[in-house]
Design a binder for this molecule. Structure first.
Ligand code: FMN
Length: 227
């Protein structure tokens, strides 16, 4: 698959079918994930794949509780503001996040990513994103979530049998499944609004009115020689 298509269309795909992910596909995804960079190439990561219904059943209620804490706290204000402003995009993300929580046990595969000596997460999230991109290449949708680790890490790690006192932290949980919907370009504020040049606040030097890749479009580097 075209790299730019993967970069532009790998979105949070939370509505999925129950079909299992073949083991050789899981192997390829994880083999791609461990190619990612980590500080000092320490590879201080550990990944736990969960497809056992009993484990999912034990974790699901915890996940829902964790999301409840978030939704009753910080996200409550966000939801109220979005409702008042008729911000359909934000309301849709919140609905979709709730859908994931409500269907946690129905995802055929969950990936729990652990890291240590990595306070900023810089040595774990590249590998997680690589796993998500590799899944995208197989037409598998993923959703990265952190809410379980934020509010119920200890209980989740106990269920998962993570050794205590070794410094492991639950960085995130990623759901995997074949999507029921279609892939599309992720809507985002344009690049030039998030980018400055030389000094904060200065213009980036480009204005990107529309995404520079769209379905069916030739990739920026196609047919060109690297210079
Ligand atoms: C650090 C991080 C934490 C996230 N945590 C959650 C989460 O706890 N639950 C959830 O449903 N989605 C979570 N997401 C997914 C975001 O909501 C999603 O990436 C964002 O809404 C953009 O969605 P899109 O790529 O489909 O446009 C998280 C994403 C990131 C990068």
């Amino acid at each position: 698959m075209d790299l730019f298509e993967a970069l532009y269309t790998t979105r949070a795909m939370r509505r999925v079918k129950p079909d299992p992910i073949p083991l050789n596909v899981q192997e390829q995804i994880m083999d791609a994930a461990v190619r990612a960079p980590s500080g000092g190439n320490a590879q201080g990561w550990r990944f736990l794949l969960v497809d056992d219904p009993g484990q999912k059943a034990a974790l699901g209620p915890l996940y829902r509780q964790a999301l409840g804490v978030l939704f009753e706290g910080h996200y409550k204000v966000m939801r109220e503001k979005a409702e008042a402003a008729g911000d359909a995009g934000t309301l849709s993300v919140l609905r979709s996040a709730q859908h994931l929580a409500d269907h946690f046990e129905a995802y055929p595969l969950l990936l729990f990513a652990f890291t240590r000596n990595d306070p900023g997460g810089g040595s774990i999230f590249p590998s997680v994103w690589s796993a998500q991109l590799a899944a995208r290449a197989f037409g598998i949708g993923t959703a990265l979530t952190t809410v379980l680790g934020l509010f119920h890490a200890e209980e989740a790690m106990r269920i998962l049998g993570v050794p205590e006192g070794k410094g492991w932290q639950l960085a995130c949980t990623v759901t995997f499944g074949y999507p029921t919907g279609r892939w599309g370009v992720a809507p985002r504020r344009p690049a030039h609004e998030a980018t400055h040049r030389n000094r904060w606040g200065e213009p980036a030097g480009f204005t990107t009115a529309e995404p520079l890749w769209s379905p069916g479009q030739v990739s920026p580097n196609d047919g060109r020689t690297a210079t």
